[in-house]
Design a protein around this ligand. Structure first.
Ligand code: DC
Length: 355
């Protein structure tokens, strides 16, 4: 059985029993619906209310919602300078037979964690320790968009490992090397210099002394990247560069084998998925904006082929690590996925601070 702690907060307009009851009910219902929780999965709930509220009513609201057997605990929150007024906070513990993603819920004026636990505090905690976030998943699952947004929220570097496989494929294409000719690829690889530079939040790929960052996004390079990725020698060389970069800085790294192979001890592992149709639509949009004219059917076929190649290779295939948090991004906005991931990261820091 797995255990999770879900946090939530809401504010009331006045210190009246009705306001406290109504707002607590809204908060509990929202936590339950966003996380699809059955009452039988709830282990316990802790409520706190700021000192300007009567604190017995949140527990009453839970009982009124039908949580008759759930152990509840309700107390007054310690005063924190500058914190929200009339705020009800919840920590719901749930048990689950399967691994699941959780979403913390902040409503009304409670848009974020307490001021002593906000981004700056988390950024400070991050600066105190090495943090690695691995994001894996198939093409079009939203990895790079989410990884970029997450790294910027956390104030750490984003490393797009797909770009490195693309650079290798670009070199082979330019040298007219057949992607089936493994020996020639390995031999060209031995004289390949690949360097990654960071210019603010932009990643620059230097291949044999040349900036190829803007030349590696064509459909031919995409297909080639998946095919050179099958070759263990290519993966070993690129994984070494990726690990070396992760040793000196906190980062978000996205790819296919980051949680399973490159960074098995990553602080966080996420695996993003989405339906094939949605992934094809996203990639098609991306290509269209860049001026490529592939039909959506062709893009879908290419993605399917890459999925098969990426999943079925012998060495470090595309797979979710057993300890990864799996998030299906189909029909979810970037903001929603990001909020889910930040929820996990924030809980980790809060728990490690409280512990
Ligand atoms: O994420 P992307 O579309 O830029 O990746 C291009 C290809 O590179 C992908 O189909 C498989 C390969 N790749 C890989 O094998 N391992 C990685 N860590 C990243 C990408």
């Amino acid at each position: 059985m797995l255990f999770y702690a879900i946090r939530g907060a809401i504010t009331a307009d006045e210190n009246t029993p009705q306001q406290i009851l109504d707002n607590t009910r809204i908060l509990l219902e929202e936590i339950i619906s966003r996380n699809t929780i059955e009452f039988s999965e709830i282990v316990s709930i802790i409520f706190t209310g700021t000192g300007d509220l009567d604190s017995i009513y949140p527990a009453v609201a839970a009982r009124e919602l039908g949580m008759v057997d759930v152990p509840l605990f309700c107390c007054q929150e310690m005063y924190v300078k500058g914190s929200l007024e009339k705020c009800i906070r919840v920590m719901m513990h749930i048990q689950s037979a399967q691994s699941r993603s959780i979403e913390h819920v902040y409503l009304k004026k409670a848009k974020a964690l307490r001021p002593d636990l906000t981004k700056n505090q988390i950024a400070k905690m991050i600066s105190d320790q090495q943090l690695t976030v691995a994001i894996d998943g198939p093409a079009g699952a939203g990895k790079s968009t989410i990884a970029k947004a997450l790294s910027s929220k956390l104030g750490i570097v984003y490393l797009d490992t797909g770009a490195m496989y693309r650079a290798v494929a670009y070199k082979m294409l330019n040298a007219n090397i057949d992607f089936l000719n493994t020996q020639e690829i390995i031999s060209a690889l031995s004289s390949t210099e690949l360097e990654i530079k960071f210019d603010g939040d932009k990643q620059i790929i230097i291949l044999d002394g040349q900036d190829v960052t803007n030349k590696i996004r064509s459909p031919e390079v995409s297909k080639g990247a998946s095919r050179v990725g099958v070759i263990p020698e290519v993966r070993i060389k690129l994984a070494k560069i990726q690990r070396d970069i992760s040793k000196s800085k906190s980062l978000v790294m996205d790819g296919r084998d980051i949680g399973t192979h490159v960074l098995p001890d990553a602080t966080f592992k996420f695996f993003l998925t989405a339906s094939l149709d949605e992934r094809a639509r996203r990639r098609w949009e991306e290509l269209r904006i860049k001026g490529y004219k592939e039909s959506i059917e062709v893009v879908k076929k290419d993605i399917e082929t890459r999925d098969t190649t990426d999943k079925s290779r012998d060495f470090a295939p595309l797979a979710a690590s057993e300890d990864a948090i799996i998030i299906d991004t189909t029909c979810k906005s970037i903001e929603k996925v990001l909020a889910e991931m930040l929820g996990h990261i924030e809980s980790y820091f809060i728990n490690s601070q409280e512990g």
